[in-house]
Design a protein around this ligand. Structure first.
Ligand code: FAD
Length: 447
């Protein structure tokens, strides 16, 4: 029978790795805690700043995005509870929350996965500097490869995608691991009243979600299984640029962004699919797109704070800007261009938009409306349920022609795009009557 230990507990801080399976760091935490006969407690910090408007900008966390995160946290919490592990959820910066918990509980080991985001990485370094007595463990568990597999230092990451792909595409992807939850100890439920730590969030219920996505690891694995059970992977390349449809692309991104699904798991399922049905250009292209994600991941680490800067690094902060009217109309899907309106209304309504829709909407804002691309990136950050710091800001930079692959940016001809991707106007028609509804979750709702 499991017993609660009285020695220093260990802490696992979840971030964008909201899963149990293929989570080598969690596995390490569990194994180490079992060997030391210590308790393991899990923590997730909701960053309070994300719910507060800053200057002229609304809060960074929109309702759809929050609802998907909330579902994913709920699912993980239930999963962990089945194994006797408590996950507490607190509001505040990670450093403050952890330091406060540490004062009371004196952790011996702390585990926290690596992020590509500059501010997340800074928070981790600050934790390390403030807690020299604690053994901190970290790892890259949301990327396909580890730094030591890459044939270059991160500081020497190629500027463009193609040379990056050529140097890494042949690398072996490790198989996903199965996390052993058997050995985990009953932990500090007596010391932490988990329900008290769960912020009251009435709005974040499933009915907010207007798309077919459901947060959490089980939903992610079920979706992955379903996608590879049909024939869609064999046609992926020919349909991936379509604006509409559930099977025109994999729809893995929301779960990848929160770490409910690992890219290694996708690779394993992709290999199994190819073994059963044969590999073709389309199945390779799924890997090709995952390599884009990988490129942006390492690129964000390489760029650090530069990822959020316009060009020179001496930009006016976004929240100090008066928002251009054209930008506001763009966000509302009320600009004089029906295709852009449809894209923005889909984004506002569902929290998701196809890759082609994102490219067209971003190009329009930058090139036709002449708005600072960072405002667009910030808006996508707020709205996308698959928001990922590296992919979002990296793609916006790419279209704006700054940062990675800066070959003068990408300018999409809207008329041509419509003729190619919506010749009968069905996509425009689908979203023509849908009004954007904006709900905000503010900080005062959370406390
Ligand atoms: P698929 O076409 O099925 O691709 C499979 C996977 O490959 C995706 O899940 C994703 O992980 C990866 N991938 C595909 N295209 C890209 C790409 N261009 N860059 C990086 N990874 C890619 N993706 C995010 O995950 N989060 C974001 O915040 C995000 N913001 C974006 C902003 C802009 C302006 C643009 C142009 C693209 C952005 N993307 C972002 C990339 C891409 O649009 C989405 O990953 C994709 O549309 C998600 O749908 P899917 O899972 O069906 O993709």
């Amino acid at each position: 029978m499991k017993t609660t230990s009285s020695t220093s507990p260990s802490l696992y801080i979840f971030a964008n790795d909201l899963r149990i399976n293929d989570n080598p760091l969690l596995n390490q935490a569990i194994t180490q805690s079992a060997a030391d006969n210590t308790d393991l407690v899990c923590l997730y910090c909701l960053q309070a700043w994300q719910f507060k408007p800053t200057g002229s900008l609304p809060a960074a966390m929109g309702t759809q995005r929050y609802a998907f995160l909330w579902q994913s946290l709920q699912a993980l919490r239930h999963q962990l509870r089945r194994h006797g592990v408590t996950m507490i959820i607190q509001l505040g910066t990670m450093q403050n929350v952890v330091l406060k918990l540490h004062t009371n509980h004196r952790f011996k080991h702390i585990y926290h996965s690596q992020s590509a985001g500059f501010y997340e990485r800074t928070a981790y370094l600050s934790l390390r500097d403030n807690m020299p007595e604690v053994m901190l463990h970290t790892d890259h568990i949301t990327s396909l490869f580890k730094p030591n597999q890459l044939p270059f230092e991160i500081s020497d990451l190629p500027k463009n995608f193609t040379p990056f792909r050529k140097q890494v595409a042949h690398l072996a992807t490790q198989a996903p691991i199965i996390t052993s939850t058997e050995s985990v100890h009953l932990n500090m439920t007596a010391r932490f009243n988990a329900d008290d730590q769960w912020p009251q969030l009435p709005e974040a219920s499933a009915d907010i979600m207007t798309s077919d996505f459901m947060g959490g690891e089980s939903a992610a694995l079920a979706h992955c299984h379903e996608y590879f059970s049909g024939t869609a992977p064999s046609n992926y390349k020919s349909v991936r640029n379509q604006l509409m449809g559930w099977q025109n692309s994999t729809k893995f991104s929301p779960w990848l962004a929160l770490g409910c699904l690992s890219p290694r798991q996708i690779m394993q399922d992709l290999s199994a699919y190819e073994a059963a049905h044969g590999a073709n250009e389309s199945t390779y292209w799924i890997y090709f797109e995952l390599l884009w994600r990988e490129f942006f991941y390492w690129n964000a680490i390489k760029q650090g704070a530069q990822l959020f800067m316009s060009k020179s690094g001496f930009d006016q902060p976004l929240h100090d800007m008066d928002l251009p009217q054209a930008f506001t109309h763009w966000t509302q899907g009320q600009i004089g261009e029906p295709l852009i309106n449809a894209c923005m209304r889909e984004l506002n309504h569902t929290g998701y938009l196809s890759n082609r829709g994102r490219q067209i909407a971003a190009s329009y804002l930058i090139n036709e409306l002449g708005v600072d691309w960072r405002l667009g990136a910030g808006y996508f950050e707020r709205m996308l349920i698959d928001y990922d710091v590296a992919s979002n800001w990296g793609n916006w930079q790419y279209i704006a022609g700054v940062g990675a692959d800066p070959r003068g940016g990408r300018h999409f001809n809207i008329e041509k795009q419509q003729k190619t991707h919506d010749p009968k106007g069905q996509y425009i028609q689908q979203w023509a009557e849908v009004k954007s509804t904006h709900q905000n979750i503010y900080w005062h709702d959370l406390v």
